[in-house]
Design a protein around this ligand. Structure first.
Ligand SMILES: [Zn+2]
Length: 600
């Protein structure tokens, strides 16, 4: 794969879309009066685009009802597409065996009935609509005899990726395109990008194979202690920007729902979805959002729509810049799931890349990057070109010993097989800062020439937490960040809070100071504040905390942001600009608020 540009261009006008699941098509769209109510409902939520679903979980919508609703909506000026959710239900396809507890009812894609029934529906969708979206259950963890035989001696991940790509070609794309060569077939991804490869989402192959993609930005409420887990708000940024790096102009929209949300987290999903640069925001789904418990959320979002549209306009054609995170397609890690989200939550501006971002001023390499067999050579070339690296402990521990010492000034002193060590204190320049809850570290490296900026134990050299080795103007840094908080074999989301986001501010300021020094930026703020930078502006600052946050940004003349006083502050926000000059910006943000400074 050729190295992609540092981020993708944003484009297009901003639109709102929504979705009628198959059950809601039957329940809400069968009678003429219901259709006029639904048209009014769509207008009230500013939806200009709607998806009508043919099937979900054993329920098939009636073809005549779908056709009448399509015509009524089109007549009202609403764009209409088809939807399909590949969840198993009695009488349709073959079920995955065993059925997973965490993920709902899935299909077995080796089962001949699954191919037959889905082919039939995709052909129908092609006849009814000019675009069809597969909702985010197009994955499996079936271990039946047929799936096991197809896997042979290889890993499940590769077998499932192969199975789903072949299935999509044969039973989704071919029948839809045969029925209607102009039918655009879209795959919608869930937000859990770091587990895609385990259950059949081969993002590299599928972004080539499908006509378009949509991306789940449904991070929900990290504090809710529900089945969705403490997924951090920044995950929407990681998943969207990473998939957009693969799919480019095929990336058409971002999608979120109200489940497990309170008002602050629902609004955050709205702002995150605009921030990632999507031209279209899908509010899933029409039926849920009109239930009494979700209505206040939808109404709150509608009150924010004028500002969201201004954000979308300010972000159009903006190009993200920051610490360039490298996650090769289908790569995984041992103890660093979703590590990219956490770096963003530490107030480090990030960008996401599926190919090695060789032009970036500073690149992040986690255990995922070890999937690239040429990564060591690329890392060497990067440093030789005067550009910097930040690596995780897992990445450094995965290098040959001489390379780890030469590049990072670190040596292995333990095995990752022993599991993460725990540390209660991160120490800065000899002073201890007790974090309220222990921070997990891999704890397998010792200093061998590296400058130890932070340590996790009393003996700095034996417990390096954050280190730097200078290579002329460039530096090779290591942060021992562990985010191994997945639940169960079939889990997809983080299941417990990762305490790194709550490290004391002096510790986080120290990490940020070194990591973004190559960008000509200095940022002081507590954890759980997101800073999103774009070349020449805009600049977005999001406070995800339940407490206020003070943020100070200093920018050198070589910074990609340009002079900070050229950026226009927002008027209609409680977040206050307290000081501003060409190279300094001070903001005060109330709890769960945000500020966008647009390029002038
Ligand atoms: Zn199977």
């Amino acid at each position: 794969m050729s190295a992609p540009a540092d981020g993708q261009q944003y484009s297009g006008a901003f639109r709102v879309a929504t979705y009628f699941p198959a059950g809601a098509v039957t329940e809400l769209l069968s009678r003429p009066q219901q259709l006029s109510d639904a048209v009014a409902g769509l207008k009230a939520m500013q939806a200009e685009h709607v998806f009508l679903e043919l099937y979900r979980g054993g329920h098939e919508a009636d073809e005549a009802v779908l056709a009448r609703a399509r015509d009524a909506f089109r007549q009202a000026g609403v764009r209409v597409g088809g939807g399909l959710t590949t969840t198993w239900g009695e009488g349709f396809g073959g079920p995955a065996l065993p059925q997973p507890q965490e993920q709902g009812s899935l299909f077995c894609y080796s089962h001949p009935r699954t191919a037959e029934d889905i082919s039939r529906l995709c052909a129908l969708a092609g006849r009814l609509f000019d675009h069809l979206m597969l909702d985010d259950f197009f994955f499996t963890n079936c271990e039946c005899g047929a799936c096991r035989a197809a896997k042979a001696d290889g890993p499940w991940s590769a077998a499932r990726n192969r199975l789903l790509v072949e299935f999509a070609a044969k039973a989704v794309l071919r029948p839809a395109h045969r029925a209607n060569p102009g039918c655009q077939v879209i795959i919608k991804y869930p937000q859990w990008y770091d587990r895609f490869q385990q259950f059949g989402y081969d993002a590299a192959a599928q972004t080539r194979q499908f006509d378009a993609i949509w991306v789940g930005t449904e991070t929900r409420d990290p504090h809710a202690e529900d089945q969705f887990g403490p997924v951090q708000q920044a995950q929407s940024w990681s998943v969207y920007r990473w998939l957009a790096d693969l799919a480019g102009a095929k990336t058409l929209g971002g999608w979120f729902d109200p489940y497990g949300c309170d008002e602050p987290s629902y609004l955050e999903q709205g702002y995150q979805t605009v921030l990632v640069g999507t031209p279209e925001m899908l509010l899933f789904n029409y039926h849920s959002l009109h239930r009494p418990q979700s209505r206040p959320l939808l109404e709150a979002l509608m009150r924010h729509m004028p500002r969201l549209r201004r954000w979308a306009a300010a972000l159009r054609d903006a190009k993200p810049t920051g610490l360039a995170c490298y996650k090769p397609p289908n790569s995984t890690s041992r103890g660093e799931y979703y590590v990219f989200d956490y770096l963003t939550m530490l107030g480090i501006p990030t960008t996401m890349h599926a190919g090695f971002p060789q032009d970036a001023r500073v690149v992040f390499l986690s255990g995922h990057a070890l999937a690239d067999e040429d990564v060591l050579e690329k890392a060497r070339r990067h440093l030789a070109a005067g550009r910097s690296l930040l690596a995780s402990a897992e990445f450094v521990a995965g290098l040959p010993a001489d390379a780890a010492e030469e590049l990072f000034g670190l040596r292995r002193r333990g095995s990752l097989d022993e599991g993460p060590a725990q540390s209660g204190q991160i120490r800065l320049a000899g002073a201890g800062f007790g974090s309220e809850r222990p921070v997990e570290v891999a704890g397998v490296l010792e200093a061998a020439g590296a400058e130890v900026l932070l340590s996790w134990g009393r003996c700095e050299g034996l417990s390096p937490y954050f280190t730097r080795r200078r290579h002329g103007a460039a530096s090779a840094m290591m942060l021992d960040i562990q985010t191994n908080a997945l639940g169960g074999r079939t889990g997809v989301n983080i299941t417990r809070w990762v305490n790194v986001v709550d490290l004391p501010q002096p510790v986080l300021d120290c990490i940020r100071a070194a990591v973004i020094e190559p960008l000509g930026l200095e940022i002081c703020c507590p954890g759980r504040v997101g800073i999103y930078c774009f070349d020449g502006g805009p600049l977005a600052v999001c406070n995800y905390r339940n407490e206020p946050a003070d943020v100070e940004i200093k920018s050198a003349s070589a910074s990609p942001l340009g002079p900070l006083d050229r950026l226009a502050a927002e008027q209609d926000t409680a977040a206050a600009v307290e000081a501003r000059g060409p190279d300094l910006l001070k903001l005060h943000l109330p709890p769960r608020s945000r500020h966008l400074l647009a390029a002038g």
